[in-house]
Design a protein around this ligand. Structure first.
Ligand SMILES: Nc1nc2c(ncn2[C@@H]2O[C@H](COP(=O)(O)OP(=O)(O)O)[C@@H](O)[C@H]2O)c(=O)[nH]1
Ligand SMILES: [Mg+2]
Length: 241
């Protein structure tokens, strides 16, 4: 159980969860960096039949590799939450864009009992992220939408880097299949009245030869649709007919 008091990573089971689709250029390093930053953690790489060296790289670096048959980051998160048991979870991309060195700043508020979810915000005023222009403005748009639709006052709705408790995993049921899962996860966690805070993280670029799996139009529309559906559901819960 995560309780308040002094940080004590030693008494908590820590799991680092990494969704991975063809991240052979980086996944080995990402696993190694998180094992070095959190020596007592278990690292789980959830793969969807990558056709590069991802699986062997992850295994060689010391990760447990789990195969998920259904494609999509949302399916992968659902499967992570069903199968991995821990007290504190860290979720991070396998593309090496999020700094492992920041992981203590994400888990410490949880170990101290001050937060249930800590989001590594790439758009925090104190962050110096290497965003390309479209991604920066796209993310700002979703932050604005979340403010309008849900009165959420965060600076990064869709970060792939966050830490959270077992209670969050047990209470927040995810249904998204694809990239809209990040929005769903943030919004449902706040709607369930868990304490969500942000810390700055500096996003780096993917290295040459490594490619984002996001398709801006398709995934952007899916995120907007998911937010509108969540808004409608919240409205029905408040004013049932
Ligand atoms: N297992 C699995 N991982 C995925 C899938 N789609 C994306 N990912 C992983 O999810 C993380 C986030 O995707 P990414 O392409 O980095 O999105 P971006 O950070 O928004 O550019 C990366 O580690 C991807 O490898 C998928 O269908 N299956
Ligand atoms: Mg990424």
């Amino acid at each position: 159980m995560v309780t308040s008091g002094e940080p004590s990573a030693a008494s908590e089971r820590l799991a680092v969860l990494i969704p991975c689709l063809n991240e052979g250029a980086t996944i080995g390093n990402v696993v190694a960096e998180f094992r070095a930053a959190l020596p007592l953690c278990d690292v789980y790489v959830f793969d969807n039949d990558s056709c590069d060296r991802s699986v062997s790289q992850a295994r060689d670096a010391g990760a447990h590799v789990v195969q998920e048959p259904r494609r999509g980051k949302g399916h992968v998160l659902q499967s992570m939450f069903r199968t991995v048991h821990a007290d504190v979870y860290v979720l991070v991309d396998g593309d090496g864009t999020y700094p492992a060195a920041a992981v203590q700043s994400l888990i410490e508020p949880i170990l101290r009992g001050r937060a249930d979810m800590v989001i590594g915000s790439r758009l925090h005023p104190a962050a110096a992220s290497e965003f390309d222009v479209l991604n920066r403005w796209g993310n700002r748009l979703f932050v604005m939408l979340s403010r309008l639709l849900f009165r959420i006052s965060l600076t990064d709705l869709l970060s792939g880097y966050r830490a959270f408790t077992r209670a969050v995993v047990q209470h927040v049921g995810l249904t998204s299949e694809g990239f809209q899962v990040d929005a769903e996860f943030t919004i449902k966690t706040i709607q369930a009245r868990f304490r969500v805070i942000e810390v700055p993280v500096n996003l780096r670029r993917r290295p040459p030869g490594s490619h984002s799996k996001i398709r801006r139009c398709r995934d952007g529309l899916a995120i907007i649709r998911a937010m509108l559906t969540l808004r409608r559901l919240a409205h029905h819960r408040r004013d049932p007919e």
